[in-house]
Design a binder for this molecule. Sequence first.
Ligand SMILES: Cc1cc2nc3c(=O)[nH]c(=O)nc-3n(C[C@H](O)[C@H](O)[C@H](O)COP(=O)(O)OP(=O)(O)OC[C@H]3O[C@@H](n4cnc5c(N)ncnc54)[C@H](O)[C@@H]3O)c2cc1C
Length: 414
Amino acid sequence: MTRYSVFAVAREALRHHRGWTRAWESPAPRAAYDAIIVGAGGHGLATAYYLGKNHGIRNVAILEKGWLGGGNTGRNTTIIRSNYLQDPSAAIYEKSRSLYETLSQELNYNVMFSPRGVMMLAQTEHEVRGYKRTAHANALQGVATEFITPERVKELCPIIEIRGPRYPVLGALWQPRGGTARHDAVAWGYARACSDMGMHVIQNCEVTAVRTENGRVTGVSTTKGEIATRKLGIVVAGHSGVMAERAGFRLPIESVALQALVSEPIKPCMDVVVMANTVHGYMSQSDKGEMVIGGGADGYNNYNQRGSFHHIEETVRALIETFPIISRLKMLRQWGGIVDMTGDRSPILSKTPVEGCFINCGWGTGGFKAIPGSGWAMAELMARGESPLAAEFGLDRFREGRFVDESVAAGVAH
Ligand SMILES: Cc1cc2nc3c(=O)[nH]c(=O)nc-3n(C[C@H](O)[C@H](O)[C@H](O)COP(=O)(O)OP(=O)(O)OC[C@H]3O[C@@H](n4cnc5c(N)ncnc54)[C@H](O)[C@@H]3O)c2cc1C
């Protein structure tokens, strides 16, 4: 792999950029691998990366039915934060956020991590109480957040109308080291690093069946042929239910479309991320100047990657109350992704009823922020059979009623 650096750019500039090599290989599948990951989204690629880096398992294939990063990883609004309420959630999201801090250096790929600060507005008394509670919980968990006053909100984000009309800003939960990163770059950076370790990232290769013998995984059938393995990681987000059925078990997951939109680019006017859970919308400004706006999930299960117009209307109408400045902006484009929702709004990182088969899903509307931490934990689970970070997120919790309830922290779809 060519190491990216200022010297490499200068050297290539001198020879008309003819010396760059491909960022990752596109090999044909082998007959067998030590481990196979289904799904080349951020979580699947990060799992493969940490399998190689932390556990020395490098004879690995990552199989992707479309193009890598073409699922939710390339469709999300890139918010990164770790201000969750429950201890197991704060642990895995904070691990993830801290890995993001140095991910560009680690992967030698600029993921454009921008810890510009994330605020969650409190616009009802109920939210004030809830966020103060989260700030106290975060203090105990070692996650740096604070509850700030409306005046401080206005200082940090002058374009907010804090006086109302329907929902005045009463304060906010502020995480100064939360922020954003470039979503495609996260997938590309992990893919490049995996390929550099000799792993196979195989695109246009759908897994159509999981082969088992005596309750143990033996391989997968794919659109590029049969491939054997004794360790299988299913990491397919919105298609987790479909893949679980192919492996012979059921998941407590619902798949729904979640959508987002961006405005035409404008001059810099907002250098923090703001989430407004009560009116149900959130906004940040991209480096290109577009206002990146996320809304709610569809109210019915579906696999439609487009979303519906009434959601855009609702989201924008709600946000205009808090940000009157956006009322005359034009929408540039809109898109949707299929998110995998659990009942307690927490992920599933787990062994499955099929021996040798592991599942990582249920990140729902908020899994981009979790990519490095989730990959770290899933790799540990696959390599060693257990992971402290994943311990509370097993499938057993649904049978035992041991939920990790994050419905408040995940209140707005991000
Ligand atoms: C509009 C929107 C906004 C969001 N905003 C945020 C945000 O601001 N912050 C945040 O933290 N999270 C956000 N999320 C959630 C986040 O995007 C996801 O939780 C995360 O990207 C999931 O990553 P993944 O790798 O698990 O899934 P994906 O990136 O979806 O990857 C799964 C891959 O599996 C592949 N696949 C499926 N079936 C098969 C098969 N049978 N064989 C082979 N491959 C298969 C798919 O093609 C896909 O590429 C948002 C999501 C959406 C849709």
